[in-house]
Design a protein around this ligand. Structure first.
Ligand code: MN
Length: 294
């Protein structure tokens, strides 16, 4: 039975552009080695945006060496990138963007959402790529709410939406480069559930809202992340209040990585190369087709 070995929270929000008031729950500089292949989590906790005609968000910026995964709990997000990927994702949807060899992208509130305003809540994860895939082709997966299977837990105690991987035989739609389980879990107050996870995978629990108690009595609360001990293949949580939980699991990559700003590579030399390639325009321009000179 797995219990928590590391707990972390952040109470200092910062703005990403003018659209995303986020707290960095963990980054490639702290817990990422214990949560492999996950590198970073930004959490925009529930906030209300007023109606506007302005585009709110973050303009053109590069990434290389990993994937950005944006889970929209409330609101709407619009994405465009220099590899031709793009789309708008609403409540319950996920954008799974593989930067790989590099691209520039922009992330804004969706036009319809901006017009009406309303509640906004999202998580952005950065997922590392195996070294052999870091310089592969970029890819964009827009996954709508309807494409994500919902598993109701027995006795009506809650549900699991399978974004990636497998939950009790139900498969998630996201294609990944290494084995990952990403589950959007809801548990009703005063309910307990035992989750089975692959032995040898990392296992991490993030609480968006609610209160959890683990087998050994340890607790986890709103905006806290708990890394579970590596040994074992089950963990049991009791939701003491209605809880919204994100489970992150995966086969650890066990490869060196180093991040700086928007790039995560295997060495300092590769990071320098990433900056050089971005500065010389090799990661493209949004709205132009790769390989054409204008
Ligand atoms: Mn980005």
């Amino acid at each position: 039975m797995k219990n928590i070995i590391i707990k972390q929270r952040s109470d200092t929000p910062h703005w990403v552009g003018d659209g995303f008031p986020v707290r960095s729950i963990f980054t490639y500089n702290d817990l990422a080695k214990d949560i492999s292949p996950f590198l970073l989590m930004d959490y925009a906790s529930p906030v209300e945006f007023p109606p506007t005609d302005k585009r709110k968000g973050v303009g053109s910026h590069p990434h290389r060496g990993f994937e950005t995964v944006t889970i929209v709990y409330e609101g709407e997000i619009e994405h465009r990138d220099s590899a031709g990927g793009g789309g708008t994702i609403g409540k319950g949807g996920v954008q799974w963007m593989t930067a790989a060899s590099g691209l520039v992208h922009e992330e804004f509130h969706g036009k319809n959402y901006a017009k009406t305003g309303g509640p906004f809540e999202m998580v952005q994860l950065w997922v590392n790529l195996p070294i052999k895939d870091k310089m592969g082709a970029p890819r964009y997966q827009g996954i709508n709410n309807e494409q994500i299977p919902l598993v109701n837990l027995k006795n009506d105690i809650g549900s699991v939406r399978v974004i990636a991987g497998d939950f009790e035989g139900t498969k998630g739609p996201a294609m990944t480069f290494s084995p990952i389980n990403l589950w959007d879990i809801r548990l009703k107050a005063k309910s307990t559930y035992t989750f089975n996870v692959p032995s040898g995978h990392t296992a991490t629990v993030f609480v968006l809202s609610g209160d959890l108690k683990f087998e050994n009595g340890d607790t986890l609360h709103e905006a806290e992340i708990g890394v579970l001990e590596p040994v074992g293949d089950t963990f049991t949580i009791e939701a003491t209040t209605n809880s919204k939980i994100l489970f992150l699991g995966g086969a650890p990559l066990n490869e060196p990585f180093i991040g700086y700003g928007p790039f995560v590579m295997a060495s300092k030399e590769e990071l320098h190369q990433a900056f050089a390639d971005f500065n010389s325009g090799k990661m493209g321009v949004i709205g132009k087709i790769e390989g054409t000179e204008t």
